[in-house]
Design a protein around this ligand. Structure first.
Ligand code: GTP
Ligand code: MG
Length: 185
């Protein structure tokens, strides 16, 4: 029969990587060019259907600004899933993502499902050339390679996606993949 599973999910990552934008895309299928920074945290919900199951995501979208860093444990403490986001054009945000993964592994619930998300994929224009040659095209703003993201994900047992909240590339896929990994209650 049809069951609904509530899944508490937290988004973590440096300021301005696009956490709120990913949530806005997933929940409202919308995007804002000049989205204001999150203050404290925002709470949103969204349901999705996976086969016979309905997953109700209870989403805590945290603020990335450093002054809110001490609040994060409140939001990840009971989370069953986490989305750790970086911006593929900002190497510092990738370093920050590493730190979040480490902190989650040490402090969050054992068995938490984590997806690593390299956002702003749309800024790698001329991707086809990039994919064909394996080299970053001259017009691409990419500063973190796909391989760096994949390697971190393999080392830490994370799912890995590159996404664009702007174009919607891979956004639903991330949430669906997380939902599939959540055991039935
Ligand atoms: P904090 O709330 O401060 O932690 O930031 P955040 O991670 O929630 O970032 P937010 O979603 O507010 O996005 C920051 C800026 O990046 C906004 O101007 C967005 O429009 C832009 N942005 C977000 N996602 C993308 C994307 O996929 N591509 C591009 N080009 N811009 C994006
Ligand atoms: Mg935000």
């Amino acid at each position: 029969g049809r069951t609904t599973t509530a899944v508490k999910l937290v988004l973590l990552g440096e300021a301005a990587v696009g956490k709120s934008s990913l949530v806005l895309r997933f929940v409202n299928n919308d995007f804002e060019e000049n989205k204001e920074p999150t203050i404290g945290a925002a709470f949103l919900t969204q349901k999705c259907t996976i086969g016979e199951r309905t997953i109700k995501f209870e989403i805590w979208d945290t603020a990335g600004q450093e002054r809110f860093a001490s609040l994060a444990p409140m939001y990840y403490r009971n989370a069953q899933a986490a989305l750790v986001v970086y911006d593929i054009t900002k190497p510092a945000s990738f370093i920050k993502a590493r730190h979040w993964v480490k902190e989650l592994r040490e402090q969050a619930t054992k068995g938490i499902v984590i997806a690593l998300c390299g956002n702003k994929y749309d800024l790698t224009v001329n991707d086809e050339a990039e994919e064909d040659s394996g080299e970053v095209s001259e017009t691409s703003k990419r500063k973190v390679s796909v391989n760096e993201g994949q390697t971190l994900a393999e080392e830490e047992g994370l799912m890995f996606f590159e996404t664009s909240a702007k174009t919607a590339y891979n956004v639903n896929e991330v949430f669906l993949a997380i939902g599939k990994k959540i055991p039935e209650a």
